[in-house]
Write a protein that binds this ligand. Structure first.
Ligand code: HEC
Length: 165
C-alpha cells in the first residue's frame, strides 16, 4: 500500500497536478481582461445576468468540486502541498490555469478571451475530456465529471450561446 502511495506521489511530483504537459511558457502571456466587463448594452447585461443565474444554480456546484482548485481563488490545497518542491509546482499550475480562465467572480468569467469564447472553450475541454486534467484526477477522484454533469454543462453552454446570439 505504501509503495503505491509513494509511486503516485512520485508521479505527482514529476507532473505537478498535471495537465497535458503542454508548455505555454513560451507563448505571449495572455492579456487578462477583468470581468468588470462592461456590457456595451443594457440588453447584453441582462443576458449575462440570465446566464449567471443558471450558472449559479446548476453549474457552479459542479465547477466547485471539479475546477475551483485550479481556476479560482478558492483552492483547497492537498496534504502533499507542504512537501518541499510540490508547492511551487502546484502554485505555477494554478497561476497558469487562472491566467486562462478564472471562475472566482462567476459569469462572465475573468479571462483573456471573450465571455462567448469562454463558453466554447469550456464545451471543448469537457467534450474532449481534457479538463479536469487526468493526472489531477488520480489524486482527486471526486472531481471526475459524471456523464450527467457533462450533459448539464453542455446544455448550459448551448442555452447560453443561444441567449448571446
Ligand atoms: C489541476 C488543475 C486544473 C483543474 C482541476 C482544472 N483545470 Fe482547466 N486548466 C488548467 C491549466 C493549467 C490550464 C492551462 C493549460 C492548458 O490549457 O492545459 C487549463 C485550461 C483550461 C481551459 C482552456 C482555457 C483557454 O482559454 O485556453 C478551459 C476551458 C478549462 N481549463 C476548463 C476547466 C474546467 C471546466 C475544469 C473543471 C471541470 C477545469 N478546467 C479543471 C488546470 C486545471
Amino acid at each position: 500500500m505504501n509503495t503505491i502511495v509513494l509511486f503516485l506521489l512520485t508521479f505527482t511530483i514529476q507532473n505537478s497536478w498535471g495537465h497535458g504537459g503542454e508548455d505555454h511558457s513560451k507563448k505571449k502571456s495572455p492579456k487578462v481582461v477583468h470581468n468588470s466587463i462592461v456590457a456595451d448594452s443594457k440588453e447584453l447585461e441582462v443576458v449575462y445576468k440570465k446566464i449567471n443565474t443558471s450558472y449559479l444554480k446548476k453549474i457552479k456546484p459542479i465547477f466547485k468540486t471539479s475546477c475551483f482548485d485550479c481556476h479560482s481563488s478558492q483552492t483547497v490545497f492537498p496534504w502533499y502541498y507542504e512537501i518541499p518542491g510540490i508547492k511551487q509546482l502546484i502554485d505555477s499550475d494554478i497561476k497558469e490555469a487562472k491566467s486562462h480562465l478564472d471562475f472566482s467572480n462567476d459569469y462572465p468569467f475573468i479571462s483573456h478571451d471573450s465571455p462567448e469564447n469562454d463558453l466554447k472553450s469550456i464545451e471543448k475541454s469537457i467534450s474532449e475530456k481534457t479538463m479536469p486534467p487526468t493526472k489531477y484526477l488520480w489524486m482527486h477522484s471526486d472531481a471526475k465529471l459524471s456523464q450527467k454533469e457533462v450533459e448539464e454543462i453542455k446544455k448550459w453552454v448551448k442555452e447560453s450561446l443561444e441567449a448571446l446570439k
